[in-house]
Design a protein around this ligand. Structure first.
Ligand code: KG4
Ligand code: ZN
Length: 359
């Protein structure tokens, strides 16, 4: 089964071809990602209108490139998948309409994919992750702990009540004068800093449930920075290190708790698995924390390779192939959805996914 996947929900224009074999193993035949970071850098964040125009300009070429690299024609495909939400609506419409046009012209099934499901199922493409498992999804638009029960069947255990984790990294970077996107910059600066210099809050640590809150931490960094301004490079490094250490502590607390619950609920699973996905999963300090917490709890950490953790077309093509295998085909009037929770029964939290955009 060969599926084309299109991803345009934020600031990457991406297309990929993935094969799902009869034994359920996946193979990436091509995976083209064009980042718009430079188009948005001057504005310190993603500008929806600029993103939509850039997707229009690039998408045809990116799809052609993906087809060429896989050495296939549209006639060789078994389905066309596109992110149809959640995300910036202009971008989502462009990818979804392109997929519909290809599907209609070549009489192929359409798979309208939830971007979050794309992230969630990536670990099955890379590591054959079995159901059920836990997913920590941490990106520019989302911070969630999810129980992945099956394709299309998710329970959201925790979410952020304010900023997403990537957003907190980006905002903290900005207030410290580091360029966009801030996550990698904060990580780089933190490597040279003293994590004990500033006592920053660990919001939600020890609280009931599995939710996150990051905006208080970001404000605390701002207050500390204001106290010692003007900042030297060492001050910035120490603030970044202290910020990152607080994040790692919070993740340690929330994930440990989720793992305990998972084990109570699924006592027969000998070795539980936790998958980490989203752009923030690229952070080495966070990966090391998860490694430590999970090995203490006899749980396996599955961290797909970084290019498959950040937004890409392969995750959408793969989610499409998994759905196609189950006959879960969408009609050509499938809507573009700016908001689309994976778990429709989860209550909405104040401020969470406020940007309503990225994943
Ligand atoms: O999943 P992603 O590529 O895009 C969406 O948000 O959908 O995630 C991007 C986010 C940005 O906020 C970026 O700052 C953050 O992931 N990020 C990082 C690192 N690399 C990317 N955050 C912390 N440390 C990193 N090394
Ligand atoms: Zn994403």
């Amino acid at each position: 089964m060969i599926v084309l996947g299109i991803e345009t929900s934020c600031d990457e224009t991406a297309a990929a071809i993935v094969r799902r074999k009869a034994d359920e193993q996946g193979e990436i035949l091509s995976n083209i990602v064009l980042s718009q970071i430079e188009d948005h850098a001057a504005f310190g964040g993603v500008v929806p209108e600029i993103a939509a125009r850039a997707h229009i300009d690039a998408l045809d070429t990116i799809i052609r490139q993906a087809m060429k690299e896989a050495d296939l024609t549209f006639g060789d495909l078994d389905g066309v998948a596109a992110t149809s939400g959640p995300g910036l609506i202009g971008g989502v419409l462009i990818g979804l309409m392109s997929a519909k046009a290809i599907a209609a012209a070549h009489n192929l099934p359409l798979l309208a994919i939830n971007h979050l499901e794309g992230h969630a199922l990536t670990a099955r493409l890379t590591n054959n992750a079995p159901f059920p498992h836990l997913l920590l999804l941490v990106s520019g638009g989302h911070s969630q702990i999810l129980l992945v029960k099956n394709i299309g069947d998710y329970e959201r255990w925790g979410t952020t009540i304010d900023d997403a984790l990537g957003e907190a990294f980006d905002k903290t970077a900005k207030l410290l004068g580091l360029p966009y996107p801030g996550g990698p910059q904060v990580e780089k600066a933190a490597a040279k800093g003293d994590a004990k210099r500033f006592a920053l809050p660990r919001s939600m640590k020890g609280r009931e449930g599995y939710d996150f809150s990051f905006s208080g931490l970001k404000s605390a960094v701002r207050r500390e920075a204001e106290k010692i301004a003007p900042l030297t490079d060492q001050d910035v490094a120490d603030l970044c290190a202290s910020f990152q250490a607080a994040i790692c502590d919070i993740l340690d607390d929330r994930i440990s708790k989720a793992l305990t619950t998972f084990k109570e609920r699924f006592p027969d699973i000998a070795q539980p698995q936790l998958v980490v996905a989203g752009g923030v999963a690229a952070n080495q300090a966070i990966r090391q924390t998860l490694d430590r917490v999970l090995s203490a709890q006899d749980t396996q950490l599955i961290a797909p390779p970084i290019p498959l953790c950040t937004d890409n077309g392969a995750m959408i093509a793969w989610a499409g192939a998994e759905r196609l295998a189950l006959g879960l085909i969408d009609s050509l009037d499938a809507p573009a959805r700016p908001r689309w929770p994976l778990d429709p029964d989860a209550s909405s939290k104040i401020g969470s996914g406020r940007k309503g955009a990225k994943a």
